[in-house]
Design a protein around this ligand. Structure first.
Ligand SMILES: [Zn+2]
Length: 215
């Protein structure tokens, strides 16, 4: 499994194609934008930006939305995340792990933190506008059971986890099929994290370079 701070990933060259960030609420009105609690806490500036993605990502979200059954909607928790917010999020997780594991070395702490939050110095996927955290709202406007909450970090959040119910497994495969068909790649420890155009996408799709740099 490739992790986000893997050295091979850091070597993927970036040639930004200059695409702009667009507001998904305008681009794809069916999509519901509901930023996570930690973004709300940071205030209006970041709350507003969570609805933005690169235009190529927005186009593909439209495709994925149309692949879902009638009445189902994609719910976006976070798209673009400015580097300043990424830094805060990384430090928050680093300090949380440090408190719990006083015997860990700096390297170990950095390694474990980067499994949950991309380090700010490696062009984090959400800071390129190429990554999205999403789930699906069912016909009754309730979020489908995906086996865990979005943003948890444990064995059950691994996209292919065998520790979740068959209902959750089916719901995840609905998401996986639509997103993969639309051209996104998933980060395998987080069922909700999908990207297009970033380094992770380039590595998985065996592209020569990533098309989105940090913004
Ligand atoms: Zn994410």
């Amino acid at each position: 499994m490739k992790i986000i701070s893997d050295e091979r990933l850091l070597k993927v060259p970036i040639k930004d194609n200059g695409e702009k960030l667009v507001d998904i609420k305008k681009y794809c009105p069916k999509v519901i934008v509901r930023p996570g609690a930690y973004i709300k806490k940071e205030g209006e500036k970041y709350f507003f930006k969570a609805a933005f993605v690169r235009e190529g990502v927005a186009k593909r979200i439209l495709v994925a939305q149309d692949l879902l059954p009638e009445g189902y909607k994609i719910i976006l928790r976070c798209g673009y995340r400015p580097l300043s917010l990424q830094k805060k999020r990384y430090l928050w997780m680093y300090n949380k792990l440090k408190k719990k594991n006083s015997d860990w070395s700096k390297n170990k702490l950095a390694e474990e933190t980067s499994k949950c939050v991309a380090p700010p110095d490696i062009v984090p996927p959400h800071s390129t506008g190429g990554a999205i955290d999403i789930s699906i709202l069912g016909a009754n406007e309730r979020q489908l059971d995906m086996g865990t909450r979005l943003g948890e970090f444990n064995e059950k959040t691994y996209t292919k986890s065998k520790m979740i119910s068959s209902v959750a497994t089916n719901n995840r495969s609905l998401l996986i099929k639509a997103m993969a068909k639309a051209g996104f790649v998933n980060y395998p420890t987080e069922w909700w994290h999908w990207s297009y155009g970033d380094r992770y996408w380039a590595a998985v799709k065996k592209k020569r370079y990533s098309i989105y740099n940090g913004l």
